[in-house]
Design a protein around this ligand. Structure first.
Ligand SMILES: CC(C)(COP(=O)(O)OP(=O)(O)OC[C@H]1O[C@@H](n2cnc3c(N)ncnc32)[C@H](O)[C@@H]1OP(=O)(O)O)[C@@H](O)C(=O)NCCC(=O)NCCS
Length: 204
């Protein structure tokens, strides 16, 4: 935490050099507090991944534009979904539009032909459990998926527990079954299935 706080002035100076509006700068850096709160809910279990994720913000790689966080990547803008309410198609579309204007304006030397995403959210197996009009399924439909490779990303079974329950260590039969996603995650694992971390992209 202290290391990140010590880097705020440097990150702010970098944002300033690129003409990033103050509001974008602060809302982006405020992900530190959001992640700290999540880590408290997870009783410290989430910290190792958060620690590396948060380096992107202070290096000027990630910008939060409306509903999504956008990462300057290799040949694509990487999309990240913060834990900040429902992922409505309207909020996603507005965020993508913001990014289409933001990156050419603030990083004119960089070219991004595509948006990309890597997430448990893109696992098509979710469609066997969630309604077609759920926000996650509608988000999935925007992407063309790359073929699944087991070694290409974190373990999907661990990530669905992280994002669907905010625990990594609670036994399956003690997890809550409050939402359609929670029931899907538990039932799929109980039936011997596995969740997959998938990569996808679509043209800007
Ligand atoms: C991505 C996210 C905003 C989608 O939520 P949403 O807009 O409600 O999604 P949907 O409309 O598809 O939800 C379908 C069902 O799953 C439930 N659900 C969705 N995300 C959930 C989550 N993270 N935990 C528990 N239940 C969830 C919904 O409540 C709904 O169930 P219900 O009809 O029984 O209420 C949400 O999952 C979230 O905040 N995730 C944390 C961040 C994250 O996972 N980022 C990606 C990291 S790689």
């Amino acid at each position: 935490m202290y290391a990140y706080l010590a880097l705020v002035d440097l990150a702010r100076a970098y944002h300033h050099e690129h003409g990033i509006p103050d509001a974008v700068s602060w809302v982006t850096l405020a992900d530190l507090g959001r992640n700290l709160a999540i880590d408290r809910r997870m009783r410290g279990e989430g910290w190792p991944i958060m620690q590396s994720w948060l380096t992107l913000h202070v290096r000027g790689s990630v910008y939060e534009l409306g509903r999504l966080q956008h990462q300057r990547g290799d040949g694509a803008i990487g999309l990240h979904v913060p834990d900040s309410g429902p992922l409505t198609p309207e909020s996603v579309a507005a965020s993508l539009d913001e990014a289409r204007a933001f990156f050419p304006r603030h990083f004119p030397d960089e070219r991004y032909p595509a948006f990309s995403c890597a997430s448990w959210l893109l696992d098509p197996q979710l469609r066997e459990y969630l309604p077609e009009d759920s926000n996650i399924v509608r988000f999935q439909r925007m992407f063309e998926l790359e073929p699944y490779r087991e070694d290409d990303g974190p373990n999907g079974d661990v990530e669905v527990l992280r994002f669907g329950f905010r625990t990594l260590s609670t036994p399956l039969d003690e997890l809550p079954r409050r939402t359609a996603l929670q029931r899907a995650i538990i039932d799929h694992l109980r039936a011997g299935g596995h969740w997959h971390w998938r990569h996808g992209r679509f043209p800007i």
